[in-house]
Design a protein around this ligand. Sequence first.
Ligand code: PA5
Length: 452
Amino acid sequence: MLELDYDNMLATAVGEEYGIAPTELAALMPRCARIHADLMARHAAGELPFYDLPTDRAMLTTVQKLADELRGRFENVVVLGIGGSALGTTAAFRALGALHHNLLPRKKRGGAPRLFVQDNVDPAGFGATLELLEPHETLFLVISKSGATVETGSQFAIARHWVEERQGDAWQDHFVLITDPEQGALRRLANDSGMRSCAIPSGVGGRFTVFTPVALLPLALAGVDIAALLAGAADFMTRAMDADLLANPAYLNGALQYLAYQKGLRISVMMPYSDRLRDVADWYRQLWAESLGKRMSLDGEDIFVGPTPVKALGATDQHSQVQLYMEGPCDKTVTFIAPRDYGVKVPIPAFAQLPELAYLTGRGMDELLRCEQQATAQALTRNHRPNCTIWLSEVSPRTVGALFYLFEVQTLFAGALFNVNPLDQPGVELGKQLTKKLLLHGAADAATGSSD
Ligand code: PA5
């Protein structure tokens, strides 16, 4: 279902300067064993609830019941959320829905609504989305763990006004609030108003919520098989909890990335060779950056650490960023994600007037893309650039579920190796505070930095 091919990360393939020697991996093993023991102890103590989400039957049933209740009533579902409250849905829907879902007529969508993920507050973008919609046939999913996120709050205020103007008191029926089970403004509103709501399990932070109602509800409404998504992640749990570094792709990939970082490879490129998996790289970018980019170590020292994630798409970026990856500074690792089966066959027909392309005749487009991925990996390797490939048997709910789970555990494990807390994000707070100050007092006061 999912395999990590890391041969090209090793010194044997790319040379000793940037490649990882077996002795380096072996030297890390005792530390990895301690990290594993710590993670399992914290998991057993209930401190890391995201581990168990794939097997949470009660949560799945709740989401499916709510989706059944809402299904057929709306032509449009709009997610209002940002960061971890949006990126998982976007990535999973791109991977598992029809690629041009929203452009298809309702029948070809299997009766499922169109799905929009509105994660920014650019008035042009938000306004353009509303222009496509009619309030009476639109459902908004307001998603915020904290319930206090300014982007989501402002979108909610605008959307509520927009629906209320046309639907009057029935506006509440057009909103579902997905938020903390107990705290925050959205939970209070849900409790006070009786609006429909769903709980994001306690202790699961934004970027680890792809297996919660945050993504499961919009995906279920849009027709994705969420039970299979969770089952794929659940199938992968045993491997992702294996103490043996070499048998656990999540730990191993985290360790390889960590060792590469120590050799100065501080940029981590993710390059799916798949249109469907394109936005997994976006989701990963947030997971990796927000979890590992930290000033302070777990011991309270300033360490200013963290690999910079970059997203790319094969084959498109072979004609863009790949030149830099091949010949620019040797400061990157490249992780390819490659499906073995694209699920669609598009043969390339003969083109008599273009004999230069004769070698393509009868080959499949999937074959071409696969060869391009392998050729890029080989070329990077020849240029002494470490790279690895995560092979998926196909792009399906099960494999995508496993892939998300792999990266979540990899991130947690890498956090321990980098000696940082991967579950917090103190660095984004100052920007939030200053935004508020600017809105309250204007530019001059905010610039003074006074803390009233
Ligand atoms: O990973 C995180 O915690 C963040 O990216 C959040 O998801 C993001 O800031 C949105 O937060 P909230 O869900 O509280 O609105």
